[in-house]
Write a protein that binds this ligand. Structure first.
Ligand SMILES: N[C@@H](CCC(=O)N[C@@H](CSO)C(=O)NCC(=O)O)C(=O)O
Length: 219
């Protein structure tokens, strides 16, 4: 039986971007299916992720894998012949998973920074930048988080760079000024085809978040 790989996704989702990048790093052919998240989730999404009803969902020969970081590790272990994403050393793996988990913890703060206003926005901006500065400290002068190779933490974080432009426009916050090394790292990652093909245009993401912000504003 031919291998079947389906990815239930949403173009602007940083979590979906992670799965796209990992599949492309592994040169896996996949069927990308766009979900209408805001209006009409597909029966396949509801069936394959009944607990969270969220994308991304990877369906590999009929088996569903949910949660972006779980999906990335599944991809890394299933198609192990190509460019490893997670380190083989147990301690380095633990560190990589710690920092990927940290990215998940700061993402909602960034979302608040884009979508809120006033004091709430100011507090979120400050906390988000502090989080990005912690990540920049972990990166240090390395090319990538794992050293010389693009890997698991890079995959988990690079989707957030796709909304740095939106952060500047919606929250008047320049990541380039606050975290110059992180912006250089993001530019380096964008040189990779797996990343460039998986991240949408940042202006399109800004437009999307602007519409979302207006929808969320109290009338
Ligand atoms: N922890 C999960 C988060 C996925 C998620 O929030 N997916 C969103 C789209 S991106 O904002 C989603 O599917 N939202 C639909 C909903 O909330 O109903 C992961 O890492 O995969």
């Amino acid at each position: 039986m031919a291998e079947e790989v389906i990815l239930l996704d949403f173009w602007a989702s940083p979590f979906g971007m992670r799965a796209r990048i990992a599949l492309r790093e592994k040169c896996v052919d996949f069927d990308l299916r766009e979900e209408e998240l805001l209006s009409n989730k597909s029966p396949l999404l509801l069936e394959t992720n009944p607990v969270h009803e969220k994308i991304p969902v990877l369906i590999h020969n009929g088996k569903a894998v949910c949660e972006s970081l779980v999906i990335v590790q599944y991809i890394d272990e299933t198609w192990a012949r190509e460019s490893p994403l997670l380190p083989s050393d147990p301690y380095e793996r633990a560190r990589a998973k710690f920092w990927a988990d940290y990215v998940d913890k700061i993402f909602p703060v960034g979302r608040t920074a884009w979508l809120s206003t006033g004091d709430t926005q100011e507090a979120a901006k400050k906390e988000y930048i502090e989080g990005l500065k912690s990540l920049e400290g972990e990166l240090g002068d390395k090319a990538y988080f794992g050293g010389e190779r693009f890997g698991y933490v890079d995959v988990s974080l690079i989707p957030l760079s796709n909304s740095f432009y939106a952060l500047e426009k919606l929250a008047n916050c320049s990541v380039a000024e606050e975290c110059p090394k992180l912006v250089k790292w993001a530019e380096r990652c964008m040189q990779r085809e797996s990343v460039a093909k998986s991240l949408p245009d940042q202006h399109k993401v800004y437009e999307f978040l602007l519409v979302l912000k207006k929808k969320l504003q109290p009338h």
